[in-house]
Design a protein around this ligand. Structure first.
Ligand code: HEC
Length: 176
């Protein structure tokens, strides 16, 4: 190997500075506010309290409802972000579509809280957050209670096939 001259040394120093700068940028990106914004929540505290008030009574304030026959949201609801069809499914659920939150943007933020915060790492990579117009479109096609079981099974199958969702998603909760 050639002895390292001043040019090589300067290049190494430059690289080190660049690495530090990039690490700094990555930290800015990962700040809670930036994360919430990238997950479609302009007001994460409101999204959380809307969830607790409107959904937490059945699904649990942390998204964990087992052993009740109510699907566990924590750590797994994000799989429903898999395809257009599966994301439409969770917006068309009667308790979501007919929510007393009439503002579509506010309901979109609640649902982003549900999938990204309660669902944790279960959102497949690269999926865009819900938006008000998407909520407005899908909630007009609300499901009826009669076909819920079939719709759930169909959408779980899509998430398993397309996004590697675990078979335990088929049950209301993971019976560990
Ligand atoms: C009265 C109790 C109740 C309330 C309130 C309620 N849910 Fe549910 N939710 C259920 C039940 C039961 C199911 C299962 C539906 C079925 O049979 O497929 C469900 C299904 C879901 C699912 C699909 C998850 C899966 O694994 O299939 C999501 C997402 C969801 N609810 C979100 C919400 C949100 C968000 C709210 C508040 C806006 C809410 N729910 C309010 C009882 C409730």
């Amino acid at each position: 190997m050639r002895p390292r001259g001043p040019i090589a040394a300067r290049a190494t120093l430059g690289l080190a500075i660049l690495t530090l700068l990039l690490a700094g940028l990555a930290r800015v990106e990962a700040s809670p506010q930036a994360t919430a914004a990238s997950q479609g929540m302009s007001d994460p505290a409101l999204a959380r309290s809307d969830y607790i008030e409107n959904c937490g009574g059945c699904h649990g304030i942390t998204g964990s409802s087992a052993p009740a026959q109510v699907p566990e949201l924590r750590g797994r609801v994000g799989y429903f972000m898999c395809t257009e069809e599966t994301r439409a499914y969770i917006l068309r659920l009667p308790n979501v579509a007919h929510s007393r939150i009439v503002d579509d943007g506010q309901l979109a933020e609640l649902m982003n809280y549900v999938v990204y915060v309660l669902g944790k790492d279960s959102v497949p990579a690269g999926r865009a957050p819900f938006t008000g117009p998407e909520v407005a479109r899908e909630r007009r096609q609300a499901l009826s209670a009669a076909n819920l079981t079939d719709e759930r099974a169909r959408n779980v199958a899509i998430a398993m096939r397309e996004c590697g969702a675990p078979a335990t998603l088929g049950a209301m909760y993971d019976p560990r």
